[in-house]
Design a protein around this ligand. Structure first.
Ligand SMILES: [Zn+2]
Length: 165
């Protein structure tokens, strides 16, 4: 699943941990399009990996519905150990993006339990919004990952444009 940079790494939890270094993203797959039950517009999900140096720190998923401004895009992050199947510690943190609030203010942490990734075998624990906000270290790392994906994944150019329009 991971490429040549595949390395086991454990993300330590807790407040006060150092923030991450320079993050890079590795775009990976995308879903077949589906059609939203309420509006009929096309929905899609893309995913990839986030690295801190050579260390894989998270997988990410972005899901959005084309043309439906009132459906806020979802950005989900499975943060923890990647590359060592004997360790199952990955925590799901979920954000939504409100394009009317713009690129800086539009991101909000939400409960992750109802997200598709929460039922994946890759997810050890789906975190609530409350849980993430109570842990400033976790919140900061999650926000850094969000920024890395939002700024760098070319597949979400449509979303960035919408936000700055
Ligand atoms: Zn819809």
């Amino acid at each position: 699943m991971l490429g040549a940079r595949d390395t086991a790494y454990r993300v330590h939890g807790g407040t006060g941990e150092r923030s991450l270094g320079d993050l890079t993203i590795e775009p990976n797959g995308q879903s077949e399009p589906t059609y939203c039950e309420c509006c009929g517009n096309r929905s899609q999900t893309i995913w990839g990996y986030i690295y801190d140096g050579n260390l894989p720190r998270a997988a990410y998923f972005v899901q959005w519905t084309l043309e439906s401004l009132d459906h806020f895009p979802n950005l989900d992050f499975l943060i923890g150990t990647w590359g060592d199947d004997s360790i199952s510690d990955r925590q799901l943190i979920s954000w939504v993006f409100d394009p009317t609030q713009g690129n800086s203010g539009g991101f909000t942490v939400v409960d992750s339990q109802t997200r598709p990734a929460a039922s994946s075998s890759l997810c050890a624990e789906a975190l609530t919004r409350e849980r993430v906000l109570a842990d400033s270290g976790l919140f900061t790392r999650s926000k850094q990952m969000l920024d890395a994906v939002w700024s760098n994944d070319p597949r979400i150019e449509e979303l960035r444009r919408r936000a700055s329009a």
